[in-house]
Write a protein of this length. Structure first.
Length: 231
């Protein structure tokens, strides 16, 4: 991919007022997380071309259930979505695109604009997250749980370590951890839509606790199996 350094643009009202949309089923992008994308449909090749040669931003929205019957049209998306900047891109010889999209911020869908382009355009606005004074204490507990999991899964450290260093707020930390450890699309969708930072941290912490329990059980089973092999 082309890995030139690009500064993320300021999310002005003008930029959010006419934002290209890439809608996908079962895909959620969190702020602070990089998501690799492959764009192959003609309308999304046009979207990639426009974004790469323009402000280098697009919204990634998750299609609501039941989209299949209207996929080629403009099926509804979840109202809370993410605007991301193109961190790297590669145009393939046949016109397809590989893109690395880095989440910038949560946004709320205001309206979908009339279809003047092959791809969809929306008007969106930034959403206000709800923070509490004790969010930083909860974030430190979450960070500790992340370290415990990563120590059991060392292969995660090269990917996770730089993201943890960049996550300087409780909200950013919760998003990075959710983007790394939460797999189920419905859970990811709920976490993206959760504007209470404390509730989001608690939900991600509970998920990590379940991951730790599962890892401990696997380690115990492996140890028991090793003991059986010795007898």
């Amino acid at each position: 991919m082309n890995r030139e350094t690009h500064t993320a643009p300021e999310l002005t009202d003008a930029l959010l007022g006419r934002l290209p949309l890439f809608p996908l089923p079962n895909t959620v992008l969190f702020p602070g997380v990089v998501l690799p994308l492959h764009l192959f449909e003609p309308r999304y090749r046009a979207l990639a071309e426009h974004c790469v040669n323009g402000a280098r931003v697009m919204a990634l929205g998750t299609l609501l259930p039941g989209y299949e019957a209207h996929y080629d049209e403009r099926p509804p998306i979840h109202p809370i979505l993410t605007v991301g900047s193109i961190a790297a891109e590669r145009r393939l010889p046949d016109g397809r695109w590989d893109i690395a999209l880095k989440g910038l911020a949560r946004i709320e869908l205001v309206e979908e604009l009339p279809p003047t382009e092959p791809y969809r355009l929306i008007r969106a606005r930034r959403v206000r997250e709800h923070e509490r004074n004790d969010d930083r204490l909860a974030a430190e507990r979450l960070r500790s749980a992340v370290v415990q999991v990563a120590n059991r899964l060392p292969a995660l450290w090269p990917q996770l370590s730089p993201q943890l260093l960049q996550a300087r707020t409780p909200s950013a930390l919760a998003d990075v951890v959710a983007g790394t450890f939460v797999d189920k699309p419905e859970e990811r969708t709920k976490l993206l839509a959760e504007l209470s930072v404390s509730r989001r941290i608690d939900a991600v912490h509970d998920h990590l606790a379940a991951v730790l329990l599962d890892l401990a059980m696997r380690e115990r089973q492996s140890a028991d199996a090793a003991q059986d092999d010795l007898h």
